[in-house]
Design a protein around this ligand. Structure first.
Ligand code: GLN
Length: 549
């Protein structure tokens, strides 16, 4: 039978429950246990698919096409295993299931209530992955902060499970904040005491407290927290701010978080943790040999979380190339023909980001033109690829008003068009082309070189596609389709053949990049940026030398 670890959060949001859950999972996995992580979100949206990135950060997509919370991205990046539909459940989905059952007549004669009907459905979802027989441990992160009205049914479900499951099969970790007051030169435990008190009032008592702190906790503070919060002192875990999230598993190893959990769960068979690959990666990350600067052209740049997986993919690909990748955010809305050189000159590569809607589109197209003409490495993802197609149509094929029908439904040259199967869809939620699809790569193409294989599988999230009616015209002029979906014939990858590195992909390679297996396109792009940087430095040096002579 699987064992269940619940992670709750107190005091404030943004303490990093997802990273703590992923780090613990990594340690348990490194000890030979099979682990998965799921996230329960208390909001009423059925999934985050229709949420603006400003509201909730990036929408992460799983292999099986679920639109999920971005924490699932951390789970996959840390564990190097796939998550699925079952790994992210919202209040909306819980209610939807219960209400559908009610309409179906499944509760005939009964009043349907939060307790037991909603909490039963929550418990069913909490236990679901454990019942597949695939996992020794299921870690469940409860979104929100203890004390929020909307997370109450989830906490109540944890309370019930603490009684229903054998004691050694369930435990609760509570993540809190121990703030440092500069004026008093002291760490303060009161917020943690209050948070644990509030959790205890709901009938859930934590087994472990993970305390986020800027200063080391020290024995006195640990003892005090243990005493006031009624946990063992060894179960008070210090979680210091780390230079990178990828260091947190090692910090947790030092604090013996994994050992404490296995002790509580009475797991006696485990190995010494094998974190060799992880440590090699961390070393490369910490000691890069050089640096490249990439311009990320997007419209949600004020919010780091909006492009979370892209930024993490750059970290993975940077380590692989032993370079530090500095990502400069460039707001596409403010790029014009007049300032494009000033804004982009000096960068080593350009990534045009995914997105929806008209805002910032023309700036993206101007940026693509700059990369195409200057020979700067270019990488377009989803909308970024579509912009590269439009730019090429307008400025190389001479189709001056070419556009995507997403932005201009009446364009005479719809080089990007809505996919056939999308045309009849009216509902917005969960109806895009979502999840993993295969893609056949053309031999001798850049894509083939990057992936080193004939067929790949990547994840998607879009409604529009390259309009194949124009393909011959594009290919005759130097933009080639080098990746095609073998079943539908959809164009998945475009390249400009006489450019050092110009690639646009309809899919989202950032969603599959993990520490142990970085996304090949990112690795290739960073390598090209490195080369571009070295070349332009050489030119600068030789110009300098010429000037001196
Ligand atoms: N808006 C575009 C489409 O729906 C691109 C989507 C994206 O970048 N994820 O096809």
């Amino acid at each position: 039978m699987a064992k269940y670890i619940f992670v709750t959060g107190g005091v404030t949001s943004s303490l990093g429950k997802g990273i703590i859950a992923a780090s613990l999972a990594k340690l348990l996995q490194a000890r030979g246990l099979s682990v998965t992580i799921q996230k329960l979100d208390p909001y009423i949206n059925v999934d985050p698919g229709t949420l603006n990135p400003y509201e909730h950060g990036e929408c992460y997509v799983t292999e099986d096409g679920a639109e999920t919370d971005l924490d699932l991205g951390h789970y996959e990046r840390f564990l190097n295993t796939f998550t699925s539909q079952a790994n992210n459940v919202t209040t909306g989905r819980i209610y939807q299931t219960v209400i559908n059952k009610e309409r179906n007549g499944d509760f005939l004669g009964k009043t349907v209530q939060v307790v037991p009907h909603i909490t039963d459905e929550i418990k069913r979802r909490m236990l679901l992955l454990g019942k597949t027989g695939k996992f020794d441990i299921v870690i469940t992160e409860i979104g929100g902060t203890v004390g929020d009205i909307e997370s109450l049914p989830f906490i109540e479900a944890v309370r019930q499970l603490q009684w229903e499951l054998p004691e050694e099969n369930v435990m609760v970790i509570h993540l809190t904040l121990v703030p440092y007051l500069k004026a008093a030169k002291e760490l303060k435990t009161k917020p943690t005491q209050h948070s644990v008190k509030m959790l205890s009032e709901t009938g859930v008592h934590p087994d472990v407290l993970v305390c986020r702190t800027e200063e080391p906790l020290g024995n006195d503070i640990r003892r005090k927290i243990a005493l006031f919060c009624n946990v063992k002192q060894e179960a008070v875990i210090e979680a210091m701010d780390a230079a990178t999230i990828y260091e947190v598993p090692l910090l947790m190893l030092r604090e013996k978080l994994d050992i404490i959990c296995m002790k509580k769960l009475k797991i006696t068979q485990f190995n010494e943790p094998n974190l060799d690959k992880w440590k090699v990666y961390l070393d490369k990350l910490k000691y890069p040999k050089s640096k490249v600067t990439i311009g990320l052209i997007g419209k949600y740049i004020e919010l780091q979380d909006a492009y979370k997986s892209i930024l993490e993919s750059f970290i993975h690909a940077g380590a692989m190339n032993e370079v530090k990748v500095q990502v400069i955010n460039v707001h596409s809305e403010f790029i014009t023909d007049d300032n494009v050189v000033e804004k982009l000159d000096g960068l080593d590569g350009l990534l045009v980001a995914p997105g929806f809607g008209t805002r910032g589109i023309e700036g993206k197209i101007i940026a693509v033109k700059y990369a195409r003409e200057s020979g700067m490495p270019f990488f377009g993802i989803c909308l970024g690829m579509q912009m590269a197609v439009i730019e090429f149509a307008r400025n190389v094929l001479g189709l001056k008003t070419a556009h995507s029908t997403e932005m201009d439904a009446q364009t005479p040259d719809p080089v990007i068009n809505m996919m056939e199967e999308q045309k009849k869809i009216k509902m917005m939620g969960g109806t895009m082309r979502l999840g993993a699809y295969p893609c056949q790569l053309l031999e001798n193409s850049l894509a083939h070189k990057i992936y080193g294989t004939n067929t790949i599988s990547e994840r998607h999230r879009h409604r529009y596609e390259f309009n194949s009616d124009y393909l011959d015209q594009f290919e005759a002029n130097g933009m080639k389709a080098t990746g095609i979906n073998p079943d539908s014939g959809l164009v998945e990858i475009i390249e400009i053949v006489d450019h050092p590195f110009f690639i646009g992909v309809q899919y989202h390679p950032e969603l599959k990049s993990t520490v142990e297996s970085p996304a090949p396109v990112f690795v290739g792009f960073v390598a090209a940026a490195k080369e571009f940087n070295e070349k332009s430095n050489n030119t600068k040096t030789s110009l300098l030398r010429d000037a001196l002579i």
